[in-house]
Design a protein. Sequence first.
Length: 202
Amino acid sequence: MRHLPIKRVVSLAAGVLLGLWVLVLLIHMQGESQAALHAAARDRAQALVAYAARDMRRWIKEDKENELERLAQDLAAEPDILDVTLYDARGIPLAQSDNALPLDSLLPIGSDNKSLPEQGKGRIQFVQEIQDGNLTLGYLRITLEEQKLLAAQDTHLKVNQEKQRLMLLVMLLAGLLISYGVRRNYMRVRKHKKQSKPAAPQ
C-alpha cells in the first residue's frame, strides 16, 4: 500500500516530463523551420542583387543611363521585389523603378521615425556596393517583399506544424492509455493476490 502512491507519482512525473520534452522539441523545430525560410528568402535576394550588380558595374563604366534605367525596371518586375534604386558613389540616385519609395517610408530614419513605418513591415532592404577593384562605382538597393516570398513556404510550414501538434496529442494520449493500462493490470494482480491468499489459521 505504501509503494502504490510512489509508483503513481513517478509514473505521472515521467508522463509530464515526456510531454514537456516533446513540446520543447516541437517549439525548437518550428523555430528552426521559420529561420530556414527567412534565410532562404535572404539568399534569394542576395543572389538577385549579386547578379544585377555585374550588369550595373558594366553600365556605370560605359555611362549608359538607359541601360541602368532598364535594369531597375527589370529587377522591379520580379514578383518578390517592391522597388529598386541605383545610386552613384556619392549616394545620388542614377535610376529608379517606377514604384520606388523613399527610404524613410520603409525604414525608421530620422528623429520623426522611431518605429518601423507601416510600408516597411514584411519587407527587407538589400544594398550591394558596386566596385571596380578598390574603386566604389555606386550602390544597388532593392526592397524585397519577404512576406510574399515566404507565402507558399509558410503555408507548407503551417501544415507541417499542425501535423506535429497532432503527433504530440497522439503521443500524450498513448502515454495516458499505457499508464492507465499498467495501473489497471497492477490493481488486477494485486486483487488476485489478495483473493488467493490463504486464510490465517484459527
